[in-house]
Design a protein around this ligand. Structure first.
Ligand code: NAP
Ligand code: GFB
Length: 321
């Protein structure tokens, strides 16, 4: 995809918080822009839960643009068991970053929400207008309310000061450099790690829950392209869902089969219904995105899982797990 950078008189700076996570690494992989300086931030350099550290980061890099990815992130089971962290850390990080973006007169901020923060009891497909129409699913309400406050914070700066702060709303993301921790990870990285270990030990490949819930999954590099497009395009003045088409929705069972097939271990899958299914579905519309990028080609879930499994096997020693 070609995205149209403005003519840059002086080298401008794009600061990427969460720059060494799943999505941050994808931006590093695809971003090849000689006209702008991209700065990627890790928590070891600046703990964004701390306002003084956040101010020091803005003072040091004096960014013109910010892509805000940093967050306390996790799958269903981390969200169910670590609600204090999911709420407090995300409220702190988001407050500090948005406040500094305003105080340091950032030209544009692109911040990340998630399709899991929409109301649980809703009609489908979900669209951008429905964000605050009801409580989120109980399993991740702490994370969801923290993210909804991020959206509110960006919106009131936009409405009261004209700040160019927009939120993107990705669906479930996966790809290389994800967190593959067996307890904290999202489903795709967790099952890749599990299948790897099951094959090594010649034991069953245990998938939690019934396998029936439905999800839309976006490959990290596709999201990275859309994030850069959102940053440099004036087409998105308001929140936008970044997701594959509704027709690409798959079940957890489909995903487990694709993963096990890539490991050539697809005859040992068992489902442990003692574990929670979480939200049954959160089908989101990408119509607003399609109006701006009608021809964007998403990587298929089959290919994306192949690339991610292969990356994990090749990088087992260094992968976050
Ligand atoms: P990730 O791999 O966990 O990366 C998040 C990054 O945030 C980490 O690299 C971490 O930096 C950084 N971070 C966490 N706490 C920090 C702190 N106190 N100070 C500074 N940095 C901190 O997550 P991701 O999947 O890339 O998520 C990126 C964004 O997308 C997040 O806002 C997330 O909410 C959103 N999102 C994710 C998904 C998904 O399925 N993954 C779906 C929808 C939306 P270090 O590694 O240096 O510690
Ligand atoms: O990606 P995930 O953890 O989160 O997917 P959500 C959970 C679904 O995968 C449930 C099933 O139906 C689980 O029963 N599953 C099966 C597993 N085996 C496993 C496993 O080993 N690990 C995990 N994690 N799931 C998240 C939100 O919801 O969506 C987060 O909680 C975040 O806040 C993320 O926003 C994008 O898709 O259910």
């Amino acid at each position: 995809m070609l995205y149209y950078y403005k003519s840059i008189l002086a080298m401008e700076t794009v600061l990427v918080t969460g720059g060494f996570g799943l999505v941050g690494n994808a931006i590093q992989r695809i971003e090849k822009n000689e006209k702008m300086r991209f700065v990627y931030i890790s928590s070891s350099e600046f703990d964004l839960c701390d306002m003084d550290a956040t101010k020091k980061m803005f003072d040091k890099y004096n960014p013109d643009y910010v892509i805000h990815l940093a967050a306390c992130v996790g799958g269903l089971f981390k969200n169910m068991t670590r609600k204090i962290d999911m709420f407090e850390k995300n409220i702190q990080i988001n407050y500090n970053v948005v406040k500094c973006c305003h105080d340091f007169h950032i030209k544009k901020l692109v911040a990340c929400l998630s399709t899991c923060i929409f109301p649980d009891k809703t009609t489908y497909p979900i669209d951008e207008t429905m964000l605050h129409d009801g409580p989120p699913h109980e399993s991740n309400d702490a994370y969801a309310y923290a993210k909804r406050m991020l959206e509110m914070h960006c919106r009131i700066y936009r409405e009261n000061f004209g700040d160019n702060f927009v939120c993107v709303i990705p669906t479930n993301i996966y790809g290389p450099n994800d967190n593959f921790n067996l307890e904290d990870a999202h489903v795709i990285p967790a099952l890749i790690h599990k299948c790897y270990l099951a094959k090594e030990a010649d034991i069953d490949f245990v998938v939690r829950g019934s396998g029936t819930p439905l999800r839309q999954f976006i490959y990290s590099d596709d999201l990275a392209h859309l994030l850069l497009y959102t940053l440099f395009s004036n087409s998105f003045a308001d929140n936008v869902i970044l997701s594959v088409d509704e027709s690409e929705e798959v079940s957890i069972k489909d995903v487990a089969l694709l993963i096990s097939k890539r490991f050539a271990y697809d005859n040992r899958i068992v489902f442990d219904k003692a574990f929670d299914d979480g939200q049954y579905k959160k089908t989101a519309s990408n119509e607003r995105l399609r109006q701006i990028c009608p021809d964007f080609q998403f990587l298929s879930i089959d290919e994306g899982i192949q690339y991610t499994v292969d990356w994990f096997i090749e990088n087992y020693k260094i992968a976050r797990k």
